[in-house]
Write a protein of this length. Sequence first.
Lengths: 289, 300, 359
Amino acid sequence: MTGTTLPAPRAPFRPQTLIPYAVLVLATLPILVLYVWLTYSSFFPRIEGFRPVGPFTLENWRFLWDPGSVDQLRNKPAIIPLTINTFLFAISTSVVVVLISSMAGYALSRLPFPGRRMFLGGVLLLHSFPSVTLLIATFIVLRQLGLYDRLLGVILVKAAFELPFGVWIMKGFFDTVPWELEMAALVDGASRLRTWWRIVMPLVKPGLLALGILTFVQGWNEFILPFVFMPSGSQQTLSTFVRAILGEGRFVDYGLLTAVGLYYVAPVLVLFVVAQDQLMRVYAGGVKG
Amino acid sequence: MNSTALLFMGPAALLVILFFFVPVVITLGLSLTDAATATGLSNWKWIGLDNYDQIARGSFTMLIIRNTIFYVLVTLAFNVVVGLGIALLSTHVEAKAGGFFRALWLLPRISPSAVYAIMWVWAAAAPPFGIMNDVLSPVGVAPRDWLNTDPWVIVILVNGFVGASLGMLVFTSAINSIPEDLFRAARVDGASAWQIVRRITLPLIRWPVLFVLVYQTMSLMASYEYILLTTNGGPGLYTTEVWSLWAFHTALSNYYGNLEFGLGAAMAAGLVVIGLVVSFTMLRLFRFDELVSDPRVEIT
Amino acid sequence: MRVVLQQLTKRFGAVTAVDALDLEIKSGEFVGLLGPSGCGKTTTLLMIAGIYRPTGGAIVFGDHRVEHLMPKDRGIGMVFQSYALYPHMTVAQNIGFPLAMRRGVAGDEITRRVREAAALVHVDGLLARKPAQLSGGQQQRVALARALVKRPDILLLDEPLSNLDARLRHEMRGEIKRLQKEVGITAIFVTHDQLEALTMADRVALMSDARLQAYATPKELYERPVNQFVAEFIGSPPMNFFAAELGRRNGSVLATAQGIEIELPPARAPRGDGQRQATVGIRPEHLAIVAPGAGHANGEIYVIEPMGREQIVDVQIGERRLRAIAPPGFSAPLGASVGLRAAVDQLHLFDPAGGERLA
Ligand SMILES: Nc1ncnc2c1ncn2[C@@H]1O[C@H](COP(=O)(O)OP(=O)(O)OP(=O)(O)O)[C@@H](O)[C@H]1O
Ligand SMILES: [Mg+2]
C-alpha cells in the first residue's frame, strides 16, 4: 500500500474547543477590568463609569513632585519617606524570614535532634493556624518588649507570622539536596555549619530567592500589622497611608487614590511579571498564600 | 539537644515562642480579666468568665454569629467552586494559556490589600462613578451605591476573588499530578470531557478539595482584613460585622476610644481554640506522613 | 594505615543493617566489600567514614579507636556512588575543597596540590569546568582526585564504577587499582559486582544479610569457598549444585544422585564415615561435554547460549539441569544425548544442613 500518496487527514475545526477559553475569559474579566480601571482612572481628572470627564492629565500624580498642593495630603507624611519605610519593612521582613527559615528548615530536614518530629508537627500546625487571631495578645507582647509603635516590632511580628510557611518551604527545598553531597562535605573536612553555608545553601538558591521575593511582597503589602502596631504618623507605610486617604469619608478624591494605589502596587506587579515562575512554585508548594 | 541543632533552631524557636505560644496563653489569660484602656493597662483584675458571660448575653451576639456564618458559607462556596472551575478549565486548555489565566487570578492575592480594596470600593461607587453600575445596568440591575445598599455583595466578591486562588493552586497541582495515562485511557474508552471530570478528576482530587474546604473555612472565620478595608463592618451598626472583626474592633480599634482587651481576647479565644483544633486535625489528616523519614547523617 | 572492625553493629530501628562484623584490613591493602543489594555494605562504609554512629562494636585505625571522631578528623577520603561533586563549584574548587576546609593551607599550595591531584587522575585539562560539563568517567576521576588531594590515610569507595558504561568500567577498574598501589593507600571499596571485587581487590569480604560470610583472597574464594552461599555468589555463570548420597566403593567415596555417579578423590572426600548426604557443587567451567556414557552423567541438551568466547550449555539430567561450558566450536541439536564429565578435583561438598564446606 502506498499510504504516502493519500491526502493527510485534516482535523476539522470544532467550535467546542473554544468554550473553555470563553468561560475563562469571562470569569477573569472582573479582575482584569479592576486593574485596567485603576490605571485608567489615575490619568483623568474625573471618571464616570467608563467615561472619562476631561482630558488626559498627570494632575493626580502631583503627590509625587508637589505634595503640598494636594489638599488631602495636608498633615500626612510625605510619600518618599513612606515608600522608604515600606521598603525597609518589606526587605527586613524578607531577610529575617529567609535567614531564620533556612536555618530552621535545614535543621528539620537534616539534623538529628530530640524532638525533631514534634518540631515538624509544630511547624505544620502553625502553618495552617490563623495567626491574626493572636493580634490582641501580640499587642501586649510588643508593649512589654518595648517594641510597640516601632518598625522593628512590626518586622518581628510579621516575620514570625510568615515563618511557619518559610520553614516548611525551605525544608522542602533542603529535602531535595542529595545526602551524598552533604556526606562528601563532612568527609572533606567541613563542619556541619560550613556544610550548610558552603554546600547546601548555594544549592537551594532558587528556593531562597523565591521565598525572599514572596516574603518581600507580603511585607510590602502588609496592612493590618502596621495599622495596629505602628499608629504614629511618621512610621506609617503605604498601606496605612492609602487606608487613611480612603477613610477620610465621603469626599474621597478617587483620582488621587487610584494614582497612589497604582504607585503602591506597581513594584509588586513588576516583580510578579519578572519572577512569576518562582512565585508560582512557592505558592503551590506551601498551601498558605 | 546538641549545640548545632540548637544554633539552627534557636532563632525560629524564639520567634515562635514570643509570637505564637506566649500570645496563645495571653489570649486565654487576658480573656479572664477586665483589662482595657479605661482601667489602664496596669490596673486590671481577674474577673473570671464575666467576659464570656457578657458576650453570651450581648444584644448583637446573635446578629454577628449569623453574619459570620453567612459570610463564611457564601464566600467559601464562591472560593471553592470558582477555584475548582478555574483549575479544571486552566488545566484543560493549552498549558501556556492556562498558566496565564492562573497568573491573572493570583493578582488579587499578590496585590496590597489596601489597593485591592480601593479598586472594589471605586468600582462599587455610587452613580455616576462606579463601573459596576455601568456593567450591570444593561442586564437590568438598577444603579445604586453598592456599599450602602448591598454591602454583602461587595464583601463576598472582594473576598471571593482573593480566596479562589488558593483552591485554584491546590487543585491545579493535584490535577497535574494525576498520571496523564488515566486521561488518555478514558479518552480511548470514549469518555466525554465532562465524564472525565466527573469520573476521574473529581474522585482523584477529593482529598485536596476536603483540605481546601477545611483550611479555607478556618481562614475565613479568622480573617477580616478585606472587610475592614471595604465596609469596616458597616454601613450602620454591625451590618457586615463578623466575629473576628468584632474582636478586633472591641480590643484594638474603635471609635469610643476604650480598647477592651479582656473582652476582645475572650472573643478571639474562641477563634484561637477553633484554629488550634482544626490545624491539629488537619495535621493528622493530611500531612503527618510526610514527616517520618529520619536524617541520614547521624552526626552534627 | 591498618583498619580493624570489631563486632561492628548497626541497627536502624528494627532493621539490623550490619551485624557483629569483624574485619581486619592491613596497611596498604585493597579490600573489596562484596554482597547482594541491601546486605549492609554502604552502612559499613559510612560507619568507617563517621557519618553513621555504630550501634555497637569498635572501629580501630592504626592503634586508636575512632568511633567518637568526626569524619573530618579521621583522615579519610571518600568517593561516593553518585560522585557527589559540588555542582556549584568548578573542578578545581571541588578538588581544592578538602584543603580549603583546613586551617593554614595557603592559597598557592592549594593550587599546586590541586594540579598534582588532577594530574594523577588525568583531569588537569578540565579544572575550569563545572561538574555538569563532565562525562561520567571524568566526574569519577575528579571525585577520586578530591578524595586523594588531602593525602588521607584511608580511601573509601562506594560502588565507584556502577554509574559507568561497560567500557569505562573496565578502564577505570584498572585505573583505580593502579592508583591505589601507586599511592600505597589503604583502601576499601564497596561493590555488588563480583567481577569487580575479584579483579581489583587484594582480599574480598563477602557479606550477606548484614553478616560477613567470607573474608579471603579472590583465589581462595573461587577455589575453596567456605560455604554454599560463597560458592553460589562467586563465579559466573554460577556453580551447579545437586543433592547426593555418599557411599563407599573399593575404599573411595562415591557421590550418587539420579543419573549421576562420581567417585571422589581423597582430597575432596569428607573425613570419616558420618556424612551420608552432601550438596555437591561443580562450576560450569569444570564440566566438560563428552560422548554419552563417557562421563559421570548422561542427559540431553536443553539449550545452548553462545557467548562468543565460549558457549553455555544446559544439559537435562532426569529432573535436574546442569550447566556446562563448551568451546566455541561445539555444536549439537537440541535434545541430543550427551555425557558430562566433571573435573573431580574441582568438586566442592557442602553440608546440606548448614551449608558449611565439607571438603
Ligand atoms: N538510614 C537508614 N534508615 C533505615 N534503614 C536503613 C538506612 N540505611 C540503610 N538501611 C537499611 O539497612 C540495610 C543495609 O543497607 P545498605 O545501604 O548498607 O545496603 P547496601 O549493601 O549498600 O546495598 P546496595 O548494594 O543496594 O547499595 C538495608 O536493609 C537498608 O534498608
Ligand atoms: Mg549501597
